[in-house]
Design a protein around this ligand. Structure first.
Ligand code: NAD
Length: 292
C-alpha cells in the first residue's frame, strides 16, 4: 500500500518504520529534515512536502504535536490526496478539533478516523501500540489493516472524536491512580512500612492498579518501572500535563464534574513548573514526599 506518513518525531519515526517492515511503500515528511533522514534510513521514501507525500497515497497517517498542527496539515492533505485515500490522525488532540477536522474531511469526500495511541515510544518502536479509533464503521474498517501493522490492539470507540475522548479519559484515570499510589507509598513510608512490604500487600489487595503493579513509582518492586532508572521517561510529566489539559477542556465543554482530574492537572502543572517536565510522570512521588 502507498502510505503518506507526516510527523516523524519520537512516536512517528518508530511507527513509520513498522509500516515499512510490514511491506508498505511509505513516503515520509516532517518539517525537521533530520527526522526525514532517519525515516529514509529506516526504508521510507523522502517526501519534500505534505502535498508530495500525499500524491497517489492510499492512506495518510499523521502523528503531530497538537490540534493546530493537525488543522494546518489536513488543509494541505485535503487538497493533495486522492479522495480514495483513508485519512488517519494518530496525534493526541482536543476532541472538538478532531470532530471539526473529521467533518471537513467528510465534506471533502474523505473517510477519516482519529486514532490516538497508548503505549509510548517503546510501543511505537516495537509495534505494540493500542489504537483508540473514532469514525464511521467504513472508515474504521479501512484504517484497521494500516493500524494493525503498528500495534497490538485496534479498537473502534465510536463516531468521530471518540478515539480522542477514550484517550483523555483513560489518561485522566491513569494520572489519578498514579497520584493515589504515590500518596499511599509516601504515607506508608512515614508510618514506618517498607516499600517492598507495602507493595507485596497492596498489589494483592484492593489498592492494586496498573500504576502499582506495572509502573510502580518507587524503585525495587517492579524492575522495569522508570523509578529504577532515575525516573527517565517512560511517559514524561509534560505529556501527562498535556493530556490532563485536554481532559479538563473537554470536561468544561461537556459540563462534566471532574474534581480529581482537576486536582491531578494542578499537581502535574506544579511538578512541570518546578523543572520536572522531562521526568517520568511517576516522579510525582517526590513532590508528594516533599509535600510541595
Ligand atoms: P514529537 O514532537 O517528537 O513529534 C512531532 C513531529 O511532528 C516532530 O518531528 C515535528 O517536527 C513534526 N511536525 C510538526 N509540525 C509539522 C508539520 N506542519 N508538518 C510536518 N511535520 C510536523 O512528538 P511525539 O512524542 O512523537 O508525539 C506525537 C503525538 O503523539 C502527540 O500528539 C503526543 O501527545 C502523542 N503521544 C505521544 C506519546 C509519547 O510517549 N511521546 C505517547 C502517546 C501519544
Amino acid at each position: 500500500m502507498k502510505i503518506a506518513f507526516i510527523g516523524l518525531g519520537h512516536m512517528g519515526s518508530g511507527m513509520a518504520a513498522n509500516l515499512v517492515r510490514a511491506g508498505h511503500e511509505v513516503r515520509a515528511f516532517d518539517i525537521n529534515a533530520e527526522a526525514v533522514a532517519q525515516a529514509v534510513a529506516d526504508g521510507a521514501m523522502e517526501a519534500s512536502s505534505v502535498a508530495y507525500a500525499c500524491r497517489d497515497a492510499e492512506a495518510v497517517v499523521t502523528m503531530l504535536p497538537a490540534g493546530k498542527h493537525v488543522v494546518s496539515v489536513y488543509g494541505t492533505v485535503f487538497a493533495a490526496a486522492p479522495k480514495s485515500a483513508v485519512l488517519i490522525d494518530c496525534s493526541t488532540i482536543d476532541v472538538e478539533t478532531a470532530r471539526r477536522v473529521a467533518v471537513d474531511a467528510q465534506t471533502e469526500g474523505f473517510a477519516m478516523v482519529d486514532a490516538p495511541v497508548s503505549g509510548g515510544v517503546a510501543g511505537a518502536q516495537g509495534g505494540t501500540l493500542t489504537f483508540m479509533c473514532g469514525g464511521t464503521k467504513d472508515a474504521f474498517a479501512r484504517a484497521e489493516p494500516v493500524l494493525s501493522a503498528m500495534g497490538k490492539a485496534v479498537i473502534h470507540a465510536g463516531a468521530a472524536g471518540a478515539g480522542q475522548a477514550a484517550k483523555i479519559c483513560n489518561n485522566m484515570l491513569l494520572a489519578i491512580t498514579m497520584i493515589g499510589t504515590c500518596e499511599a507509598f509516601a504515607l506508608a513510608e512515614k508510618l514506618g512500612l517498607d516499600d517492598q512490604v507495602f507493595f507485596d500487600i497492596a498489589s494483592k489487595a484492593s489498592g492494586q492498579s496498573w500504576s502499582m503493579t506495572s509502573y510502580c513509582p518507587v524503585p525495587g518492586p517492579v524492575p522495569s518501572s522508570p523509578a529504577n532508572r532515575d525516573y527517565q521517561p517512560g511517559f514524561a510529566s509534560a505529556l501527562m500535563l498535556k493530556d490532563l489539559t485536554l481532559a479538563m477542556q473537554a470536561a468544561t465543554g461537556a459540563s462534566a464534574d471532574t474534581p480529581l482530574g482537576a486536582r491531578a492537572h494542578a499537581l502535574y502543572d506544579a511538578l512541570c513548573a518546578q523543572g520536572h517536565a522531562g521526568r517520568d510522570f511517576s516522579y510525582m512521588i517526590e513532590r508528594i514526599r516533599r509535600g510541595a
